[in-house]
Design a protein around this ligand. Structure first.
Ligand SMILES: NC(=O)c1ccc[n+]([C@@H]2O[C@H](COP(=O)([O-])OP(=O)(O)OC[C@H]3O[C@@H](n4cnc5c(N)ncnc54)[C@H](OP(=O)(O)O)[C@@H]3O)[C@@H](O)[C@H]2O)c1
Length: 379
């Protein structure tokens, strides 16, 4: 077989492994989404994907399925096989023991516990190793995990719904509903894919927001809905002065993490009701958002979905903490007295925040624009 033919086949089987990895989008966090395909003599003999942290990795599922047929086969994995004893034994070792001939990885694992050692272990056992096949696609399914491993911060997505004239709430604060049911269902899936869904006190007070994942609104099949519901995101409320009452729908919906600057005596009541209180030094009179993100990453949070109004979304933006904006646009004008998208006071054109629009698509009667800060797009 020529090297071109081999590259085409490698990309073909890696694309299948990525498809498998994506099945874990609702359930693997804090672990990465990983898929594996084992091929011998042109036949797929094993397939697997990582379902949940603490459970077997993708390679183990695929090797189990392949059985003896793994001997002399090629294993395609979307992330370098692990080399350390975590909650499960090292996958590099399992591949060596199974007698595979060749391992093709989409990318190295930046996790300091692995970081090339998985590939080295395979090479030292005489296995042919290649890395970098469909790496861009592999990075795209693990943006949060990679951001946490490489920068010690979660990947922050800000979701906002706006009218065609860029407004997000009426002057009274009323904002339900700007977009239609299909867009709201897409937001439900975004929530289910996130480790954390975060909002602020005024959004909870104005909208009676609960930020829960509602299984009947996900629009997923039964298997994925069940997976999503086994690992719902942590709900995080930023409430500097503890203005949201304990009997609000947000707190009634279950336990939450509250980031606040309030004194210990004020925090006690919330703590007693089962909510975790995170006291964060005030920055300009408010919760320090960067410190909050560092703390969340230290707890294994990969992806944060910010569902807030112009003040909080604007604060994250001004601090350069946003990795991605998902803006849902409804075909309506809400008028000039309605509230803007972001509290982002700029005076001159050269201060404008440049964004790269990476996707734009219709969702029901609305449109969704995904944009990333241009500065990060060029890195
Ligand atoms: N269209 C949409 O997509 C959408 C989404 C959500 C909400 N909304 C609407 O937006 C309105 C509320 O928006 P909002 O932004 O005023 O409320 P918000 O989302 O609740 O944001 C205010 C919260 O952010 C905190 N905050 C403000 N500036 C901060 C900073 N620089 N650093 C850290 N924390 C900061 C405040 O802190 P303190 O606790 O210290 O005051 C407060 O808890 C409502 O009308 C709601 O209906 C629209």
């Amino acid at each position: 077989m020529s090297s071109t033919e081999q590259s085409v086949l490698d990309a073909f089987y890696m694309a299948r492994a990525l498809e498998l990895a994506r099945k874990g989008v609702y359930s693997t966090h804090p672990n990465p989404r990983v898929g594996c395909v084992i091929v011998r003599d042109g036949e797929v003999v094993g397939e697997g994907w990582h379902v949940r942290a603490g459970e077997p990795h993708a390679e183990v599922h695929a090797l189990r399925q392949a059985g003896d047929k793994a001997r002399g086969a090629t294993a395609y994995v979307t992330l370098e096989p692990c080399s350390h004893h975590g909650r499960t034994p090292p996958c590099a070792e399992a591949l060596v023991n199974a007698g595979v001939d060749r391992v093709v990885a989409a990318m190295q694992d930046p996790n300091p516990d692995v970081a090339g050692r998985g590939l080295l272990r395979l090479m030292s056992a005489g296995i042919a190793v290649q890395s970098g096949v469909l790496e861009t696609e592999a990075r795209a399914i693990n943006k949060g995990f990679l951001k946490r491993m490489e920068h010690g911060l979660p990947y922050v997505r800000v979701k906002l719904a706006m009218s065609l004239d860029g407004r997000t709430a009426m002057a009274s604060g009323e904002s339900q509903w700007i977009t239609g049911p299909e867009a709201r269902s897409a937001v439900q899936r975004l929530r289910a894919q996130s480790s954390v869904v975060l909002t602020g006190a005024d959004t909870v007070l104005a909208d009676n927001a609960r930020l829960t994942v509602r299984p009947d609104e996900l629009g997923l099949n039964a298997e994925l809905t069940a997976l999503a519901m086994t690992r719902p995101p942590l709900r995080v409320l930023i409430d500097g002065r503890l203005r949201v009452p304990l009997d609000s729908p947000f707190f009634k919906a279950g336990s939450a993490l509250v980031a606040t600057c309030a004194a210990a005596s004020a925090r006690e009541r919330y703590h007693d009701e089962g909510h975790e209180m995170l006291a964060l030094a005030s920055s300009g009179g408010h919760v320090d958002l960067r410190k909050l993100l560092v703390e969340l990453a230290a707890r294994g949070v990969n992806d944060v979905l910010v569902e807030a109004g112009p003040k909080l979304a604007g604060a994250f933006t001004r601090l350069g903490l946003v990795d991605e904006f998902q803006i849902f646009i409804a075909g309506k004008f809400m008028g000039s007295s309605a509230r803007p998208l972001l509290d982002l006071p700029l005076a001159q054109m050269n201060e404008a925040l440049e964004l790269k629009i990476v996707e734009m698509r219709a969702i029901g009667n609305d449109w969704r624009v995904i944009a990333i800060p241009a500065a990060s797009a060029s890195v």
